[in-house]
Design a protein around this ligand. Structure first.
Ligand code: PLP
Length: 418
């Protein structure tokens, strides 16, 4: 069997084992992080603080904490008690390794990364910058996560523009639905790499090409993909790409990332007028020599108090572990688990997307005859954690899960039917 490789290396006839069209979405960067090594990872449960009786299959909700992240946080809290050790350059520069790690995960340069408190903050930065004229439309997915919807509704209202919702049938692909929604009046396309409810893939490379041909802007909320699914901004070429940090990036709550295309790094407007984003801010002796210039790159978009003396070392510990595991190996490992769930769930009569239509780290089960009444209670009693939303269940494992957790979930699923 040939190893699974990025699509530019894959010739006709090669098989990407178990990944279906997955290779199509693999980025073209040769960064060591986006490696061609798709070996599966052994169980990593001991690196997390998970009780034996818990089967946590809900990373898309909030990741459990790596012990290394907890340790980094405790150490950082202790350090924070001793502020006399923090110089001006350290105050601002301490987060540079974090910027660098986030950049590596998405094929960017650390100059392209800003630190943000939430995905909604990043989307607000995008909405404050990308152009939208009267009569134009903003394309989003049907039932897209609200952090990437409300800002566009408000902007469209303020500008006399509209929000256009791309819709699809249960077996259709989002990519075509989005491409079909883009026309000469499209100003902005604001979409994720996969749908947050069931992991259905959105091909950002193809959409990016169409967006550029239409002269529109592309804004991506990668909160349910970055860290576990290939994202390469050099290929996607978004105007802005945003991710919350507390899910697949295994970081603390309230620290996320924004990538800004270089075209926005010269003239883009930040949300705040923080002293910390201004040129020369590390020279504390000259802070009242007010300046109009910003620090280089996307740093102009950094949130106020971006130093995050406690959260930043925790976030870095999470990203460091992900970089060590490698995104492709995570994806291969998790796809095997979700494929196991899909196979059995289908046999039980649940509707599940085909593997080549969804990311490997998440899947949604739909109940054609409605949710079995006993299911939420049975899941709770069995200490099996997934997301239950309306008539669907989202299962999202990580490397602290193995076949045993999957078997526990499937057994509850089976029992709830009788
Ligand atoms: C797709 C997506 N984006 C963003 C978020 C989090 O948004 P915020 O950081 O604005 O709270 C979530 C949370 O579930 C999500 O699923």
């Amino acid at each position: 069997m040939l190893p699974c490789r990025p699509h530019r290396f894959t010739t006709a006839g090669e098989t990407c084992h178990g990944l279906g069209n997955f290779a199509t979405f693999w980025p073209q960067s040769d960064d060591t992080v986006i490696s061609k090594d798709d070996a599966r990872l052994p169980l990593q449960r001991e690196l997390f603080d998970l009780p034996d009786d818990v089967a946590f299959l809900n990373c898309a909700y909030m990741s459990p904490q790596l012990r290394a992240v907890t340790r980094a946080g405790i150490e950082a809290v202790k350090q924070k008690a001793r502020p006399w050790g923090v110089s001006g350059p350290e105050w601002l520069g301490g987060v540079e390794p974090l910027r660098e790690a986030a950049a590596r995960l998405m094929g960017a340069d650390s100059d392209g990364i800003a630190l943000i408190p939430a995905a909604s903050y990043g989307i607000a930065i995008a909405a404050a910058n990308v152009p939208l004229r009267k009569g134009q439309n903003v394309v989003v997915l049907h039932e897209q996560f609200p952090s990437n919807v409300y800002a566009w509704r408000e902007l469209a209202k303020a500008r006399g523009a509209g929000v256009r919702i791309a819709r699809k049938g249960p077996n259709d692909a989002w990519t075509e639905a989005v491409l079909d929604s883009i026309d000469e009046d499209t100003g902005i396309v604001a979409v994720p790499p996969c749908h947050w409810t069931d992991g259905a893939v959105v091909d950002l490379v193809r959409i990016g090409e169409r967006v550029r041909a239409a002269g529109a802007s592309l804004v991506v909320d990668a909160s349910q993909a970055l860290g576990v699914w290939p994202i390469d901004v050099a290929v996607i070429k978004p105007d802005f790409l945003i991710s919350a940090g507390y899910k697949w990036l295994l970081g603390p709550y309230s620290l996320g990332y924004l990538y800004a295309n270089p075209k926005w790094c010269e003239s883009g407007r930040p949300l705040e007028a923080s002293w910390m984003t201004r040129a020369g801010a590390e020279n504390f002796a000259a802070l009242v020599d007010y300046v109009d210039d910003y620090r280089p790159g996307a740093r102009r978009f950094d949130m106020g108090e971006f130093s995050q003396f406690v959260l930043a070392p925790m976030a870095l510990a999470g990203l460091t572990q992900i970089l060590e595991w490698k995104v492709q190996r995570l994806q291969s490992t998790l796809r095997r688990l979700t494929d196991l769930v899909a196979e059995e769930a289908r046999a039980l009569g649940y509707a599940v997307l085909e593997s080549d239509r969804r990311v490997g780290h998440m899947l949604g089960l739909r109940f054609p005859d409605g949710m079995p009444e006993a299911l939420p209670r049975r899941l709770e009693q069995s200490r099996v954690f997934v997301s239950v939303r309306g008539d669907a269940i989202r299962v999202s494992p990580h490397v602290y899960n193995n076949e045993d957790d999957v078997a526990r979930f499937l057994s509850v699923l089976r029992d709830a039917l009788v």
